[in-house]
Write a protein that binds this ligand. Structure first.
Ligand code: 8YV
Length: 313
């Protein structure tokens, strides 16, 4: 397999990089100064692309690689891959489901607690010596709050299970109602938001779900409501979110993802009802290694003519 050309779209994980280097002829796209000249030179040898949540395989890259046979994503989200084009050209696609579910769901609960109990702000209170001048203000209880989940897939379900342990009533919105699920279904995100204290974005990013959190949803969630986003930045109309937070029309937000990562609106930096994370939902040593092993396992299976471990296309 050493002669098979594999293109890694951007830096993502050093263990993955080393393991790919051991097995394949690995090209690191981000180190290439002249991208189009590189693609012309290597278009007949690159048979696989490894992408992630930041860079994958868009139509332009797919068209530039006529020998491309598989895109293996180091992510569960597939929004950086032109799936329609892959299907059209018979290119296989894999992702990394399941292995990251616990971490992302854990982080969603962590964000809920951090926003409601002001964990980051009260940590800063201690560090800055303010405690010596008086107690920190009272915060909001998390247990028992109504949690509304947008997207009840693997991650949405794992968040629901965890929130149930905090006695939170769970409601959800999804493309279709899931009759086998005991949680209450709302047929619109606005209705779900109006009946939630905490609204969590846990669906895939598609054209349908882009800006699923808009002004109407934010207004329905209201000045006591909290938005948690562990999905993708473009799920949220970010300028609308920022103005609602700045004007106090929304109670708070816990955000792991942003519309133009790694750019984060500076208006959020001074707000204590907001917790900002640098897209670390799956960012533990254990999970990133399991994701890397899945990427490698899928590529090896493909090139050895075995069934893919986690096929999408
Ligand atoms: C990663 C992700 O942050 O799985 C996803 O969809 O967003 C993440 O797990 C990313 O792909 C790591 O490089």
């Amino acid at each position: 397999m050493e002669s098979i050309g594999v293109l890694m779209a951007c830096p993502m994980n050093s263990y993955l990089e080393h393991e790919l280097e051991k097995r394949f002829n690995l090209h690191k796209f981000w180190t290439v100064p002249e991208k189009s000249a590189f693609l012309t030179t290597h278009k007949n040898s690159i048979r696989a692309v490894v992408g992630n949540a930041f860079a994958g395989a868009d139509a332009e890259l797919i068209e530039a690689l006529p020998k491309l046979e598989i895109v293996a994503s180091f992510s569960v989200g597939l929004d950086k891959i032109d799936l329609a084009k892959c299907k059209e050209k018979g290119i296989r696609v894999t992702n990394t489901p399941d292995v990251l579910t616990d971490d992302v769901a854990d982080l969603a609960i962590g964000l809920m607690l951090a926003v409601l109990r002001r964990l980051c702000e009260s940590d800063r209170y201690v560090r800055s010596g303010k405690w010596k001048k008086g107690d920190y203000k009272l915060t909001s209880k998390f247990s028992g709050k109504r949690v509304g989940i947008i997207g009840l897939g693997r991650i949405g379900m794992a968040i629901a299970k965890r929130a149930e342990a905090f006695s939170c009533p769970i409601n959800y919105f999804a493309r279709t109602e899931k009759p086998e699920i005991k949680y209450k279904y709302y047929p619109s995100v606005v209705e779900l938001a109006a009946n939630s204290d905490i609204l969590v974005v846990a669906c895939a990013l598609t054209e349908e779900t882009r800006h699923i959190i808009n002004r109407e949803v934010i207004d329905a969630l209201g000045p006591k409501g909290v938005l948690i986003n562990i999905g993708r930045g473009p799920h949220v109309d970010e300028p609308e979110l920022v103005s609602a937070l700045v004007e106090g029309r929304l109670g708070g937000a816990g955000l792991d993802v942003f519309e133009h990562e790694p750019q984060v609106p500076e208006e959020l930096f001074g707000l204590e009802n907001v917790v900002l994370l640098p897209h670390v939902g799956s960012g533990t040593i254990e999970t990133r290694q399991a994701m890397a092993d899945l990427v490698i396992g899928n590529l090896e299976a493909y090139f050895l003519n075995k069934p893919l471990l986690t096929p999408v296309v």
